[in-house]
Design a protein around this ligand. Sequence first.
Ligand SMILES: Cc1ncc(COP(=O)(O)O)c(C=O)c1O
Length: 458
Amino acid sequence: MELPYAEPFKIKMVEPIKNSTKEQRLQWIKEANYNLFNLTSDKVFIDLLTDSGTGAMSDRQWSEMMLGDESYAGSSSFIKLKNTVKKITGFEYFLPTHQGRAAENVLFSALVKEGDIVPGNSHFDTTKGHIEFRKAKAVDCTIKEAFDTTINHPFKGNLDLTLLEAVFKKTPKEKIPFVVVTVTCNTAGGQPVSMENIKAVSALCKKYEIPLYFDAARFAENAYFIKKREKGYEHKPIKEICKEFFAYGDGMTMSAKKDGLVNMGGFVALNNEEVFKKAMVFNIMFEGFITYGGMNGRDMGALSVGLDEATEYTYLESRVEQVAFLGEKITSYGIPVQQPFGGHAIFVDATKFLPNIPREQFTAQTLAIELYIEGGIRGVEIGTILADRDPETRENRYPELESVRLAIPRRTYTDNHMNYIAAVLKNVYDKRNEIISGYQIVDEAPIMRHFTVKLEKI
Ligand SMILES: Cc1ncc(COP(=O)(O)O)c(C=O)c1O
């Protein structure tokens, strides 16, 4: 028999987690104004809110923490990280930041101005937030297959080249500071972008003289999908695949809390010296001196090792296949999820799951709350609340997909946890017809409202 994959690690330290009763959870979620971000972690049994900064570090990473050089300028930990980033991405210039959105802030401060257009594939909310905050516009050019959860397209994160070229044709190039390609595309369901598409987008960008930047939070998972699904890459090492796709771009922003395998950190890496010099000023203003930019020396050391480990095939296989294990289990109960399964999360199609809840009543949020009440699982709404209001009309935006994202932290939960999660989903699915009303907003922030929104039951 062919041997199955198994985790390329064993567990050395455990952290207890505690379950609660349904009655307790009903009370707690009410007190939290029906916003799962407001729950303290002790009230959550299995936390799938995010895969960002929630993973487990390895013994090599912990030992690197002890070697951290906390010098203000020119620390050896910085040099280690800079060299690893160069080795893995090929980018010449590097600025550490405290997390991904800080990297966006630094780079976009240098490049994005009022009235600009930034095309991309379903920009992540902080990316869009940083674009719109500067009174520029994010234009979504994702292929239409991404918005039909039943279509089994291998690279649903791909950009539609016709849409992208149409934007290039109707916008003066001075108004397009860059195209942002998010790998994998979180908003579309952790869906990968193919090498072929990256290559074609890069060619189009070159033709119109527009730079291409990656939002590379999950670049290693993207490389794993290329290896598994794209002809010609089956035998290539992950690190080689990463190097190849980064070579099609001009730079990247990174939330190291994902494929950096650390709990905090981020960076900008790029090739253009002029852009680097501009961004450097903002790095110093917002983050810190350019050789630490919001990170400790020890954290930079751990990130350097994390980037190396995250681009190893055996790690990626156990990580992505655990997500697929959960996906298979859930779909075996007939529950509608984004197909194929994403790299870091399962996206449950809330509009199909809860057809009785209109989108004006926040279908995905309603489902996320039900999952919490049923089994103490904390997922996150990726739907109308997250999509925010149109900055001009202030009307709610209804995105193509209304999902609950069950994000799986890296190297953290076992397959037994996956079985438990699937059972919780099944129980809620079995009583879906009894769920007939959703929620309304009582208080919201003017931008990125999902973190702090207050809701009440209708
Ligand atoms: C694709 C993508 N880009 C950017 C970010 C922002 O990163 P951070 O949370 O580190 O600020 C995230 C975070 O989830 C993300 O998923």
